[in-house]
Write a protein that binds this ligand. Sequence first.
Ligand code: SF4
Length: 502
Amino acid sequence: MSLIPKPNSALLIVGHGSTENPDSSTPYFDHADEIRRKNLFAEVHVCFWKEEPSLREALLMIDAPEVYIVPDFISEGYFTQEVIPRELGLSGDTTIRDGKTLHYCLPVGVHRSMTDLILRRAREVAPDADPNDTTLIITGHGTGLNQNSTKAIKDQAELIAKSGAGYKCVTDAYMEEAPFIAEWDKMSETTNVVIVPFFISDGLHSYQDIPVLLGIEPEVGPAASQREVFRQNPHHLREKTLYYSSAIGTEPLIADVILDQILDFDAKYAPQSPEPNSNPKLADHLTKLVRDGVNQIGQIRIHRHYCEFEYALYHIEDEDLATQPAFGGLDHYHGPEMSRDLSTYAEDGEYRFTKGKINLRRGWIITLDNEHDLLRSLDQFYPACSALFIKYQDGTLPIENLRDKLSRQTGMYRYAGTISDAGAQKLIQKVCGPAHNCAKKILWKLDANTHLDDSEASRFNGVPYNTPENLAIPLLCREACNHFVAECRKAAKREFDSAQAS
Ligand code: SF4
């Protein structure tokens, strides 16, 4: 059975994201693009715990009155059961808040169709390996922190062993607990070994760490999108023939699993179809802003009625080229699809995980047909920023002070909350503002009663290039970014060390 179109609903795919590895979020965007092409939802969005847009900002980007939220996570656990519900204000399977009905589906990794995807991936990576002489190993992180992720992998190994797929041996193995993936060659007698990483993306673990544990790579290499590790199969190592696949979450059919989770949700809860939302849409607001003369956001020029196109976007410093015949030699892309690629790396190759950074690469022009594509494209360059400004203008933008943001951190970032007020004030002047390449206007305070000290960073209006404010959409910082949180953690540690030393 396939999902019937939901023209008054939005889909929100939730991922973890990474401050270090640009490949981590790629599968989420790919799955969103794939689902968008099917025209099943009025809107399809992605949001992240560690990247932009944040979970809290994502809901502000959505016009639709009904939202299906699908965690693109491998298992149920701390993130799906605590962090996501808390960040999105969910109180159960269905939550009604701020005029929206939010349906919370199960994570993709626990859907029964994952078994078929693992088998498919194993066959693709080792098409010639005789299953009778092959061991299939499903591997994950493994840690006492999340027993559920280990359970999900064990369950899959058992299901495949019973599926009649014919593998001589099917087993599970982990990076950080027994059975250890580093000992893959000792797990069975077969000549061939196929290893499928049970991760959502080819991030640090499946691309960088596990190849070293397997012996494919001598040391942890840089994050790379070209996936050489996966192209070089088979590897002849330790007297075996090893086939190593990319993470199961990169499988394009995960897009179907996301839809399957929604189908299952509907079958279980039978939610009523929502009435269409008659409020003006964000794209309409954006159109009005541009018609009224707004022509800039961050480092981007928004050019209305450009040649035969409704809109064009280009780097402000390329204005002279963009207005010459044949776009002055700039790379021309039509449609919003390339926006994410263009915004991911700076000219020098630096990963721009903080999108407000003033280092957007030059040399391109994007032409667009309508206001929906304009909004989508701008959301890739400056996630949620158009929506935040529109909410800010009408006085409905929720702002989160630093102490609240720090109190929500998990894992090693919990320590960031111990930073002193004086330390946080100093850090703002060291990290934020145009002097430190951030183009955002800070809206938050340290806490309800503690304003930011006066500085260039606290005064900056979110509009680079000294453009008059009425001609630009300012970039707004309604909560401290993950880069700032990471810096708080380091500063808190320095404070602790110096208190110990004195
Ligand atoms: S916290 Fe500071 S560095 Fe981070 S986005 Fe906001 S203003 Fe920029």
